[in-house]
Every structure is written in C-alpha cells, then in structure tokens.
Design a protein around this ligand. Structure first.
Ligand SMILES: Nc1ncnc2c1ncn2[C@@H]1O[C@H](COP(=O)(O)OP(=O)(O)OP(=O)(O)O)[C@@H](O)[C@H]1O
Ligand SMILES: O=P(O)(O)OC[C@H]1O[C@H](OP(=O)(O)OP(=O)(O)O)[C@H](O)[C@@H]1O
Ligand SMILES: [Mg+2]
Length: 283
C-alpha cells in the first residue's frame, strides 16, 4: 500500500502535542527532526516535519496528504484544504490590541492608523468587512513590541493567556478569530482507508482525554441514586464486594463536569472513590 504523508510542525508550539497525539494513536516512529521526514514502522504513513506556515499549502498541493496545523495559519494562507478533525490543543485567539493609554474606543478609531501583524490576510479581510482603512505593517515576529517602538498604533496577533500583551503595555481591543490545531487533508482523500483508520484512532484518543475512569464503593441501598448519576459508556459496571450489601461501581466521567459529579456521588453515599486516566475509548 502506498504510504501517505502527514505534515506536522518541526518545532514550536504544536510540535510536541502533534507528536504525542500520533504516538498515542499507536504509531511507532523515531522523532528524528533533523531528517525532516520519518517513516512510521507499524502504519502506512510518513511524517514530514515542516514550518507551520508551509503546512496548509503543502496539503493543498498534495505534497503532504494530511497535516496538523492551527486554523489561524490555514486562514492566513487561504489554502483550499479539507477539515477532518479539531484536535483540542493550540487554542488561542487572534486579537487587535492597542496600548493601555490609547483612547481608541470603536473600530472606526483605527481608520488611518498603522497596525503591525504577522497575519496581514486575516487582518485585511476583517478590516475590509468592517469598512476600516488602516496601514497594515507586516512583521514576522515580536509584534507586541511595535507600538513601543512607534512602528504602529495597534497590533494584531495571537493571544492566549494575555501575558505578552500585558507585559508590553497593551490591552485587547477587538477579537477577530479563535483558533486551535486541526487535522486537515487534501481534498478528496477522506474516504481513503488509511485516513479513516487514523481519524478513528485520533477520535478514540481525544474521547479518552476528556474522560476519567472512576471506581467507587457504595451500599446496595444507595445504588439506584448512584447509577442515576452515571451514564458510563453504556451503563456502569457493578461488582459485588466481599463485604455483604456493598458493591463497587466502575464507570467513566467526563472531564467537563468531573468535580460536580464527584460531589454529587459523595452526597448520595459513594466512598473510596478512585480516579484513573483513560488511554483510549473505542466505540
Ligand atoms: N500562546 C499560544 N497559545 C496557544 N497556541 C498558540 C500560541 N501561540 C501560537 N499558538 C498556535 O501554535 C501555532 C504555532 O505557533 P509557533 O509560535 O510555534 O509558530 P511559529 O513561530 O510560526 O512556528 P514555525 O517555526 O513552525 O513557523 C500558531 O500558529 C497557533 O496556532
Ligand atoms: O497571550 P500569551 O499567552 O502571552 O501568548 C501570546 C504569544 O504567544 C505567541 O508567541 P510565542 O510565545 O509562541 O513566541 P514567538 O513569538 O516566538 O512565536 C504569540 O505570538 C504571542 O506573542
Ligand atoms: Mg510559522
């Protein structure tokens, strides 16, 4: 079978989590970044290590069949690719920010102003859609420093915790887009059996990451209350304990409402609650 190629970031914010995701899918490979391409020994796939800026176009042009990249980079390159799966990491926003002392209040106050960014395409589209005419200054990094250097009166860049904005005396002014890492493919390849198998594995890893395996003990006369709180994958597993009238309940709980659920379980008699990570959930 012809090997497919997946492009991931060579180094930077998405590299480690992309590598980890593929490894969690059971793919075995050496992380030889210096070779820029590595073969997976137990799955028909090769991994290309690239600058993230190049990934959408490589996938669009079929040089790579699949890619893992931020939605922001896809939007900036305007590459024509197919979205297969959101991956839940690399979450950030793209915002316009202005100096803390700026008196700009509405978007119209940006008319005629200089805005520094590494994302000119996304910014231009946003300004055009809002009827704003500004001078877009393209710089490749350290964008947040440009107002202090009097290169611009505003910036447009990635914001996550907001720490970089704060430490450069800037405040958020307009939210333009949110982004996370996504799995993309070239058009027309999503029916390929290797792609389908990879998506299935990725989904089972993502499902597991949102889930905890929980074992708890409860007296039989409180069991109905406990079970009514627990969906499980199908329904919880009930195992009798050596002590009469007691059972152990095995189930999975979503990370999202984990503490709320645990507190409710305790309030209806759950004891000795043990929580474990889940590696994969295959439906
Ligand atoms: N602070 C952040 N928090 C969360 N995600 C981020 C953050 N900064 C960037 N990202 C996401 O990670 C991607 C890669 O960021 P990184 O800073 O490694 O890019 P880069 O310097 O352009 O890398 P490359 O050398 O591959 O061109 C971004 O395009 C964005 O999707
Ligand atoms: O809101 P924050 O949590 O501070 O994150 C935002 C910063 O993160 C990214 O830079 P990164 O740290 O990846 O460095 P880079 O400029 O070298 O890409 C981005 O370009 C911002 O500068
Ligand atoms: Mg880049």
């Amino acid at each position: 079978m012809k090997k497919l190629k997946i492009a991931i970031q060579k180094s930077g914010r998405l590299n480690e989590k992309s590598v980890q995701l593929l490894k969690n899918c059971g793919l075995s490979f050496e992380n030889y970044k210096s070779s820029l391409i590595t073969a997976v020994s137990n799955f028909p796939l090769e991994i290309l290590f690239l600058r993230d800026d190049d990934i959408p176009e490589y996938v669009q042009d079929g040089i790579a069949d699949l890619g893992i990249v931020g939605e922001n980079v896809i939007a900036e390159t305007e590459a024509n690719v197919h979205y297969l799966q959101r991956l839940g990491f690399g979450k950030c926003s793209l915002k316009i920010a202005v100096p803390n002392h700026s008196d700009a209040k509405t978007l119209a106050d940006l008319n005629g102003k200089a805005i520094a960014t590494s994302y000119p395409t996304i910014l231009k589209k946003y300004l055009d859609a809002n009827g704003i005419s500004a001078d877009i200054r393209v710089i490749s990094g350290s964008v947040e420093i440009s107002p202090a250097l009097e290169l611009s009166q505003a910036i447009f860049d990635i914001v996550s915790t907001g720490g970089t904005l704060r430490s450069n005396g800037l405040k958020p002014f307009a939210d333009v887009m949110s982004s996370e890492a996504v799995l993309i493919s070239k058009n027309g390849i999503d029916g390929n059996p290797v792609v389908r198998e990879l998506i299935q594995r990725i989904q089972s890893v993502l499902r597991a990451a949102e889930t905890k395996y929980v074992v708890l003990n409860v007296e039989r006369n409180n069991l109905d209350d406990i079970v009514s709180l627990l969906p499980g994958v199908k329904s919880p597993t009930i195992v009798p304990l050596a002590e009469e009238n007691w059972v152990a309940v095995h189930t999975v709980i979503s990370e999202r409402d984990f503490w709320e659920k645990i507190n409710k379980l305790k309030s209806v008699g759950a004891q000795g609650i043990v929580v474990m990570p889940v590696e994969k959930i295959i439906l």
